[in-house]
Design a protein around this ligand. Structure first.
Ligand code: FAD
Length: 357
């Protein structure tokens, strides 16, 4: 019997309506007739699907990928899978782990943690090894709504600094980098599920390879969970805070914190934020963006520093270059340190919690 083609209708019933969509934008970016559109917090269909199946086979949350087969993808990305015991069992294939921060204090002050991501993005464009960076900025028409942006010049990179705790269609940015800006060596910054989508696009023989091959490396952000934007903003507004006046959101020391300028205007235990957690996070087991070339988080290091994990040769080279160029500075973290042990605990918790539908 001939199998029926997998259309966007299948994605709707198997992924979107199951609340498993991570809104990575892979389906939107690859639709050859442009009828899958960003719909606020999920993709929507506007037009007649031609059943080409491309959208279905880019999605990182189709039923066959739950739980996500990390080891298979590791073979594709790193040419080996993780060691079965020790740190790799919890945080995946890696080469080095250390604390780092961007040297320029003025820039660091505007970044989320130590500004390691901004430092690496600056180095990527300054050195010419990469010809664009795709990162996430806030939609000018809606406070804290994440949208992707293509950066071809390091001057404007600070526009992407800071964490937006909801998801936006990042991979449409990679599509723009390729089709509109003709870029071929793009550095993409995203959360673990977005990196998983990028790796599926790269490794799947049935894919829009023009888009996925434009990505030369990915920086992955640590992520315990992300939030539904509308619900989160409604809640914050209900506490008397105008979203457009918020200058920074952060999760630090077990609390979700909201700032206007330097003033903290809301601080809630992270447990209280569960009601806003995006449903798709319940099946995710990846805390440290295990398929990225470099992973960066803010946990396990002093305030004003980032925790950096290099995983691939290209990731390690980018880090080395940023340090050599004096853009970023680094400090060793011993394996037995409290900080690293905390990262391992959080990674273990997410592994144990996720993976179930
Ligand atoms: C949804 C979410 C949840 C997170 N949860 C944790 C956590 O539990 N523990 C932890 O240690 N770290 C977490 N992080 C990562 C942390 O908040 C910082 O992004 C990271 O430490 C890098 O800091 P930095 O100073 O180097 O970043 P900066 O130099 O300020 O750069 C920030 C980068 O983050 C990217 N970015 C911001 N928002 C988004 C988004 N919504 N989607 C994709 N990319 C985005 C921007 O493109 C930019 O390149 C989370 C990040 C996100 C987006």
């Amino acid at each position: 019997m001939i199998a029926r083609p997998k259309t966007f209708g299948n994605l709707l019933t198997e992924v979107v309506r199951q609340r498993l969509c991570v809104y990575c934008g892979a389906c939107i970016a690859t639709c050859p007739v442009g009828i899958i559109l960003p719909g606020g917090e999920e993709p929507i269909l506007k037009g007649a699907c031609i059943a080409c199946q491309l959208c279905y086979y880019q999605c990182p949350r189709t039923p066959d990928l739950i739980p996500f087969p990390m080891e298979e993808f590791e073979e594709f990305v790193f040419r080996r899978s993780r060691e079965a015991s020790g740190m790799e069992a919890l945080i995946g294939v890696h080469r080095s782990i250390f604390a780092a921060r961007i040297v320029d204090e003025g820039i660091r002050h505007r970044c989320q943690d130590g500004g390691a991501v901004t430092a690496l993005a600056i180095q990527a464009l300054r050195s010419g090894t990469f010809d664009a960076v795709v990162a996430t900025v806030i939609d000018p028409s809606k406070p804290w709504k994440p949208i992707p942006k293509v950066f071809t010049d390091q001057k404007n990179l600070l526009e992407a600094s800071g964490t937006k705790y909801s998801l936006g269609p990042l991979i449409t940015g990679l599509g723009s980098a390729h089709f509109e800006f003709s870029r071929r060596r793009v550095l993409v910054v995203g959360v673990p599920c977005e990196v998983q989508a990028l790796r599926r696009m790269q490794s799947n023989p049935f894919s829009s390879h023009k888009i996925s091959e434009a990505m030369a490396a990915a920086i992955g952000l640590f992520c315990a969970e992300s939030f539904w934007l509308e619900r989160l903003m409604e809640y914050i507004q209900g506490r008397g805070i105008e979203p457009s006046r918020i200058t920074r959101l952060a999760i630090k020391r077990g609390r979700f914190r909201v700032y206007e300028g330097d003033k903290e205007v809301l601080s809630e235990p992270i447990k209280a934020m569960e009601a806003f957690t995006r449903d798709s996070c319940r099946v995710c087991q990846d805390f440290t963006a295990e398929l990225a070339d470099v992973s960066v988080g803010g946990v396990g290091v002093p305030d004003g520093w980032s925790l950096v994990i290099t995983r691939s040769h290209i990731g390690e080279e980018l880090v080395k270059e940023a340090i050599k160029a004096g853009i970023m500075e680094a400090r060793a973290i011993p394996e037995e340190s409290e900080g690293l042990q905390l990262v391992l605990r959080l990674a273990k918790q997410k592994r144990e919690r996720g993976g179930k539908v």
